[in-house]
Ligand binder design. Structure first.
Ligand code: PHE
Length: 353
């Protein structure tokens, strides 16, 4: 019997030695340590072993069973280690290889310019006022002192909105500039309104629309930033001081600016502001068309009719207003020659900013 047990052990260990992968171990365990394995049969048949040998046979069988379990555990561990070694050898990761570049999102160039404008005017005490993009002829033109047959009102200049109703002289349109917001803001900033008492000191950013032939210089939609300051004794010097300070804060502390007389129906007097060309420093280049100056905004003293349309007595109040185009400023800054890039959604353009 003891001999047989020795054989059982040898057979089992030989079989174990031949196993090369962890997956063979479960089957081996069933065969050599399972309920119907040879070693378990020894225990089952203990009854037929002569009494005096039983102790010895039992002890030996037990030792063999334990030895087989131990051999199994050892083999399992050895195979596991071998697998780790293999993986380490074969599945080397070369950490010096360049990784995949994750594309970074960025802000649209107009948004970047807008934010700079906000920052500069916020520092000067202006607050942002948001006005609607869909306007009426009354706010977009009439209240801004446009004469009745001003060419800007013609079909070729405005996008009219079909409201399904007959509106006569006051059709609905997409605002052609941010100036109608002046009227809306003045009507909201009143002595009776504790949240927004005068003086008015705001900028009005937003999208504007014009029914125009799209070209390198004009788009049907573009942003504007309007500015409005209304109070007692606001003068043209305040306008000049504020805007030349804006130019220095925005374009550089030594940037010179100049004002040229101009005309807008809603301001009187009106002007356009040029800044010294930041590309050539005033010497003359293709961007400033060899004048040394770049036009960046329109401005003027709020017309008395506009003040009263906004609810302010022009005898007691005065104000200045200005309007600029962030796309135009961005074009000048980065030497962009075609305004259509701003809305073309071409990543090659957008990724440069
Ligand atoms: N609204 C004018 C334009 O679109 C700009 C402007 C605003 C001029 C305010 C003067 C004062 O061209």
């Amino acid at each position: 019997m003891l001999e047989k047990i020795g054989e059982i052990k040898k057979t089992a260990l030989d079989a174990l030695a031949k196993i090369e992968g962890e997956e063979g171990l479960d089957q081996w365990k069933v065969t050599h340590l399972g309920r119907s394995s040879a070693i378990m049969d020894v225990f089952k048949n203990m009854g037929s072993v002569p009494k005096e040998e039983r102790g010895n046979v039992g002890r030996t069988a037990n030792q063999v069973k334990q030895a087989l379990q131990a051999a199994l555990d050892e083999k399992k561990e050895a195979l596991h280690q071998a697998e780790i070694q293999r993986a380490l050898q074969e599945e080397k990761i070369d950490i010096t290889l360049p990784g995949y570049a994750i594309p970074r999102g960025r802000l649209h160039p107009t948004t970047q310019t807008l934010r700079e404008i906000y920052r500069v005017f916020a520092d000067m005490g202006f607050q942002i006022y948001r006005s609607r993009e869909v306007e009426t002829d009354e706010f977009n033109f009439q209240l801004l002192n446009f004469p009745p047959h001003h060419p800007a009102r013609e079909m070729q200049d405005s996008f009219y909105v079909d409201s399904g109703e007959e509106r006569g002289e006051n059709p609905i349109l997409l605002r052609t500039h941010t100036s109608p917001g002046q009227i809306r803001a003045m009507r909201e900033f009143t002595a009776e309104n504790p949240d927004n008492p005068p003086p008015v000191r705001i900028i009005l950013p937003g999208m504007c629309y014009r029914y125009e032939q799209v070209s390198a210089r004009s788009e049907t939609q573009f942003t504007q930033v309007e500015g409005l300051a209304v109070g007692h004794d606001v003068t043209f010097s305040d306008l000049k001081g504020t805007l030349s300070d804006f130019a220095r804060r925005m374009f550089g502390k030594n940037v010179d600016s100049r004002f040229r007389a101009s005309h807008f129906p809603f301001t009187e007097p009106s002007a356009e502001m040029d800044i010294e060309c930041f590309l050539c420093g005033g010497a003359g280049c293709s961007v400033c068309k060899h004048t040394g100056w770049l036009e960046i905004l329109g401005c003027g003293m709020v017309h008395p009719n506009v003040l009263s349309n906004g609810g302010y007595d022009p005898e007691r109040y005065s104000g200045f207003a200005f309007g600029m185009g962030p796309e135009r400023i961005t074009m000048l800054r980065y030497h962009i020659e075609d305004i259509r890039y701003f809305w073309a959604n071409d990543m090659r353009f957008l990724e440069q900013f």
